[in-house]
Design a protein around this ligand. Sequence first.
Ligand SMILES: [Mg+2]
Length: 120
Amino acid sequence: MSPCTFNEAKRLVRELVKAKGFPDDESALTQKLLWAFVELGEAADAYKKGESWNIISEELVDAIFYILDFIGLVEKTQGIEIDVDKIFLEKWKKNMERPKQYGQRRDIKRQNPSENSIEL
Ligand SMILES: [Mg+2]
């Protein structure tokens, strides 16, 4: 199997959308993002249920499908081009230049369940 860039994956997802007759106009934009959240939920549920890493990963890839579908639909409806590979690499570089544990102000530690228990 050959390597696949984000841009190629975006093209493949858009091809799938057309081939399978999924919603493909501006009114579907919100729906695409919502389905990405649903797929993340499916991944969390699969993890909780002890499903295989392959199943969990497949659910995460479903979320990526919807995200790329959203971006491709934005390109189509807005008449613009979005270079996902470029954006990814620029964002990666930006994050690498940030301090350690950037954006994390609270020190979230695991709590012993017996401590600070809340009576219900
Ligand atoms: Mg799924």
